[in-house]
Design a protein around this ligand. Structure first.
Ligand SMILES: NC(=O)c1ccc[n+]([C@@H]2O[C@H](COP(=O)([O-])OP(=O)(O)OC[C@H]3O[C@@H](n4cnc5c(N)ncnc54)[C@H](O)[C@@H]3O)[C@@H](O)[C@H]2O)c1
Length: 354
């Protein structure tokens, strides 16, 4: 494919499509045209497709049989990612952008990877910060600082998504904020697992790239932060990893990634997802000197879509390997399940001491 406009089919038409992907695709100009939007809620599909002059349907098969769809974006709820990615591979789609999390089990992720291997489909997972220019700058400038870091921290403290969704677009069929039950150890364990796979997973590729030996990590502590948050501390030898996610109704959003060694550090501040405010900013410090990346107009979502375009136009273009996509998910699920187990155990201990 040369310089022709790339046709996009989108499965799911919810908040991430309306508030993030459609504005991002619009910023990419002539590069992409949205041709078909599918949703099980046909009214939502029609309403959202109408905004961008795309066709609408309630059928994945119909979307996948469109001759002018080159790329499929899987933006359905987590539970359907594996079915939708596999269907797109079997239909011979050249590139699939799958929203995070890649899947909900490692077995599913492996099956998706095998199917992609068979069909030659390139897969990009929408963990946007892995594409953010602030992360690219940090990796480029940090040298061995990331490898030597003894403290690694991913901290996501945000207002509830619906605030940004309503600022960024008028969302058709907005999903309600889920009820949170944290009354039993089992419910707390389910809560922390769901939150890590829903929110913490955004920066898992960054955290994992600094931790090749992640299987050796132990959960030192796991806590539910009300409402809907988590704080998990992991340890491996001299390394400490802290994962924090929290929603609150006041204050400034803070979305940070940090890797700190004794004499150097990397710090990145990202903008909240629905705010089209450009990339993150980064500071790489060594002793008294600091290199600063002040940010660029393109954020991780735009870079992610431009990478998709590169993969369509240049099939040999390198991308994150299928094995890495599976391992990112395996790491996230492992941490989420072990954090859940920690909470269950803490609950059992509380119970037995009464
Ligand atoms: N990368 C990011 O910043 C980011 C942000 C938000 C959401 N997400 C991810 O995007 C995905 C969708 O999230 P959302 O916030 O848009 O959810 P949402 O609940 O707002 O929308 C989901 C849409 O999918 C539709 N749907 C349900 N089952 C379907 C099926 N079987 N086939 C097709 N469509 C179906 C629903 O009708 C709804 O319109 C999730 O996996 C989420 O983790 C990523």
């Amino acid at each position: 494919m040369n310089n022709q406009t790339i046709g996009v089919g989108i499965i799911g038409s919810g908040s991430v499509v309306q508030g993030i992907h459609l504005p991002t695709l619009a910023r990419c100009g002539e590069e992409f045209a949205v041709r078909h939007i599918m949703d099980v809620d046909l009214d939502a599909a029609r309403s959202v497709a109408g905004r961008v002059g795309a066709r609408a349907s309630g059928s994945v098969d119909e979307l996948l049989s469109e001759p002018d769809v080159d790329v499929v974006a899987v933006c359905s709820p987590h539970a359907f990612h594996s079915d939708h990615v596999i269907a797109a591979c079997r239909a011979g789609v050249s590139v699939v952008l799958c929203e995070k999390p890649f899947a909900t089990t490692v077995a599913q992720a492996r099956e998706m990877a095998q199917e992609a291997e068979r069909s030659g489909t390139r897969i990009v997972v929408g963990a946007m910060h892995a594409f953010d220019p602030a992360w690219a700058f940090s990796r480029d400038r940090a040298g061995d600082v990331l490898d030597r870091a003894t403290v690694i921290r991913s901290s996501i403290v945000l207002p509830f998504n619906d605030r940004y969704e309503s600022w960024s677009t008028e969302v058709a069929q907005a999903s309600p904020v889920p009820e949170r039950d944290v009354s039993t150890p089992e419910a707390r364990a389910a809560q922390i697992t769901a939150r890590i796979l829903g929110l913490g997973i955004h920066d898992i590729p960054l955290v994992r790239s600094v931790l090749p030996d992640w299987r050796e990590l132990e959960v030192a502590s796991a806590t539910i932060l009300a409402p809907l948050g988590y704080a998990v501390t992991l340890r491996s030898g001299r390394r400490v990893v802290q994962l924090i996610g929290s929603f609150r109704d006041h204050g400034e959003p803070e979305w940070e990634f940090e890797a700190v060694a004794s004499d150097a550090s990397v710090h990145i501040a990202f903008a909240p997802s629905y705010v089209q405010a450009g990339s993150g900013t980064a500071t790489v410090r060594r002793g008294a000197t600091a290199e600063i990346f002040a940010g660029s107009a393109r954020n991780g979502y735009e870079e992610e879509w431009r990478h998709v375009a590169d993969l369509v136009r240049e099939p040999r273009m390198p991308t994150r390997s299928l094995a890495d996509l599976v391992d990112d998910l395996a790491f996230a699920i492992d941490v989420a399940e072990r954090a859940g187990e920690h909470l269950r155990h803490a609950g059992a201990t509380e119970g037995s001491s009464r």
